[in-house]
Design a protein around this ligand. Structure first.
Ligand code: F6R
Length: 258
């Protein structure tokens, strides 16, 4: 894993957007793996700004999203499909047919997971996969204890994840209990992985990522099994790692982004 540190969330977003744009500009038919949540929001805004200013085209780009809540219709305000539409898709020239997000309102969720895997196999796995990081170490919605060999599956959100995501809902009771998520095995098939870690509340998780062994109780540790992972962390997220006694043994690429 390579670790880049930016001064703040703006710098993290600029660097993440630069990585994505590099892929989009060098491969017009690339597959982008996308995450939702607070961390990548500004990255998507920057991609939109670039599209308006530089006319970067997404006409032949395909996207696959990591996850979706179960039980929310696709136009529900809190569905991840709606999030992606509002934050990115409606502002760029991507074709609807090239957008792939699990359907959390499907009647048969197991069939939906199989359909999603079938699609991924057909499309090809992402050229670049954006990931956020749960405080409990989840990536996608692969919660602690997840089997690393799983592909797309139904998952039960932990109480801590529902509490963390309650900020997007009227109350914690409104946060769905189940979600569909790409599994760790699927995520690791991406060619390149970009893990975005922002804010002090992720500082302990980032410390654990760089200091713990690979184990299923800490899902993001699976990223150690991939050979092209770029971690972009802002200074606030670095607080605990900088205090780590063997900090000097970790190679950190400091960036001068804002
Ligand atoms: C969202 C996802 C989650 C989030 C994670 C961090 O699609 O897969 O793993 O990336 O919960 O969320 P934020 O960025 O809101 O802290």
């Amino acid at each position: 894993m390579r670790l880049y540190v930016t001064k703040n969330h703006e710098g993290l977003s600029e660097l993440a957007a630069a990585y994505v744009l590099d892929v989009v500009k060098t491969k017009s038919t690339a597959v982008l793996g996308l995450a939702t949540g607070g961390t990548p929001e500004r990255t998507y805004q920057l991609l939109v700004e670039d599209h308006i200013k530089n006319k970067t085209s997404y006409k032949h780009i395909k996207t696959v999203n990591l996850d979706e809540y179960v039980g929310l219709s696709s136009n529900h305000n809190m569905s991840y499909r709606k999030y992606m539409h509002e934050k990115l898709f409606k502002h760029i020239d991507i074709c609807d047919a090239n957008i792939h997000i699990p359907n959390g309102a499907a009647e048969d969720i197991n069939e939906e997971c199989k359909r999603y895997d079938y699609n991924l196999d057909k499309l090809g796995y992402p050229d670049i996969q954006i990931l956020g990081l749960g405080q409990n170490g989840h990536i996608g919605f692969n919660e602690p204890g997840s089997d690393f060999s799983q592909s797309t599956h139904l998952t039960k959100l932990t109480e801590s994840t529902r509490i963390a995501n309650a900020r997007f809902f009227p109350s914690v009771e409104d946060v769905p209990v189940y979600a569909i998520t790409m599994g760790i095995a699927s995520i690791l098939k991406s060619k390149k992985i970009l893990l975005l870690v922002s804010g002090q509340r992720k500082a302990n998780t980032l410390l654990r990522l760089f200091t713990e062994e690979v184990h299923t109780q800490f899902p993001c540790s699976a990223l150690n099994l991939h050979d092209d992972v770029v971690v972009i962390a802002d200074e606030a997220a670095m607080i605990e790692l900088r205090r780590f006694k063997e900090y000097d043994s970790i190679t950190v690429e400091q960036t001068d982004r804002v």
